[in-house]
Design a protein around this ligand. Structure first.
Ligand SMILES: [Ca+2]
Ligand SMILES: [Ca+2]
Ligand SMILES: [Ca+2]
Length: 392
């Protein structure tokens, strides 16, 4: 008797705790774009992408409600919202660090007007009467080939804008491939004006008779994955393939990330993360997911300062509406930077957000003057088990 009362009390307590834990914030599940702000593309195979776009003074172009439809399959949501949530620039000579998104903004008058020549074969979209976004379909070469009779070329939808800050120009490009991959890139070009007094902090630009300062850009991408209909049930897994001590085999290790973490890539172990839905599966009963593929890892560094938010590559958090910028977040009720967003909240079957820091160091060269040829920093979001076989 006593035991059953204790059991009942325990169950009630567990339900109460579960209910409290379950009161998690989620982005409104709103899938209709503001009028004129829809981008959609159906390829000849039947594969398709559609999404909303908008412009903010700080982040510039922001994409939302991004859906992928594989050929002959169901259309499902991949991302709730995606943006470049900060660019932190550090100079090699110790000049003041700049926070480009919050101090200057990728939007507003820094968002460049694109003429037709910058969007050949595509369509330039307007914001506040100005042409600011290019949407263009391009051939993407081979998707696969296994013999002369088994081969296929594919296409992609490119969506890009340009922002100019202190004469440096950033081309922000999202490529949506017919096979479901998303390639995200920031291209740095424009004019490198900063001059150093000591050659060890830069490179002598002979034609200009000055030392161009070296600098590091830390790009912080905010990726609010919202897989399928339910944006409150996503799970993040860390997957590693760890070499044996004799290095003759690799052992796969899959770990569900239960609570918010700040993590880093370890290329020697092949470590990556994927966001999967708790319940939706492909036709072969595997959970549908997208994984993060890091590229341009060579310059990943912890920065010149001792800043906590520069010490990790990935920050995996529970959605919080006031957490907009990775660094210099203004809200009083939120942490000011992404390292503070990681405060122990549960992210197992929740509305999760992935923050990815991608680093690019520039040591200028004569050919960069002027303007500098574009240097791309990019990464890929790759479907894993979204379809049970190659849908193309
Ligand atoms: Ca989901
Ligand atoms: Ca948090
Ligand atoms: Ca989410």
């Amino acid at each position: 008797m006593k035991l059953s009362i204790i059991k009942t009390l325990f169950t009630l307590a567990a339900i109460a705790v579960f209910s409290i834990v379950n009161v998690a914030q989620a982005r409104p599940n709103n899938t209709s774009c503001p009028t004129g702000n829809t981008i959609s593309k159906t390829f000849s195979s039947g594969a398709a992408w559609d999404m909303c776009w908008g412009v903010r003074a700080e982040e510039g172009v922001v994409l939302s409600d991004v859906y992928y439809k594989p050929a002959n399959k169901i259309r499902r949501r991949v991302l709730g919202e995606a943006s470049l949530s900060q660019i932190q620039t550090e100079y090699d000579d110790g000049s003041a660090t700049e926070f480009l998104v919050t101090q200057y903004g990728l939007g507003g008058s820094n968002l460049q007007t694109l003429n037709a020549s910058m969007c050949q074969g595509g369509q330039v979209r307007r914001h506040n009467g100005r042409q600011v976004l290019c949407e263009v379909t391009k051939s993407n070469g081979y998707i696969y080939r296994s013999s002369n009779n088994t081969r296929r070329q594919g296409s992609k939808l490119d969506v890009y804008s340009a922002s100019n800050i202190n004469a440096r120009e950033f081309i922000i490009k999202w490529s949506f491939l017919e096979n479901g991959s998303i390639e995200v890139a920031s291209g740095l070009t424009g004019i490198f004006n900063k001059t150093a007094s000591n050659a060890v902090n830069g490179w002598p630009v002979t034609a200009q008779n000055r030392i161009a300062t070296g600098f590091t850009d830390h790009y912080f991408w905010r990726l609010d994955f919202d897989i399928a209909n339910d944006n409150g049930n996503d799970i993040i897994e860390q997957i590693m393939s760890i070499p044996s001590s004799d290095r003759l085999t690799k052992t796969k290790q899959v770990q569900t990330i239960s609570n918010e973490i700040a993590a880093s890539f370890t290329p020697s172990d092949k470590k990556f993360w994927r966001v999967k839905d708790q319940s939706v599966t492909n036709e072969a009963n595997q959970a549908i997911s997208y994984e993060m593929v890091a590229l341009n890892y060579a310059q990943q560094s912890k920065g010149n300062s001792n800043s906590q938010w520069l010490k990790n590559d990935m920050f995996l958090t529970q959605y919080n509406a006031c957490e907009r910028f990775a660094v210099q977040n203004p809200s009083n009720n939120c942490g000011t930077d992404v390292s503070q967003f990681v405060n122990g909240q549960n992210i197992n079957a929740k509305d999760v957000v992935v923050w990815y820091r991608l680093v690019h160091h520039t040591l200028p060269r004569d050919e960069d003057f002027s303007p500098a040829p574009i240097q791309w920093s990019h990464f890929i979001m790759l479907p894993r088990d979204w379809t049970s076989t190659n849908s193309l």
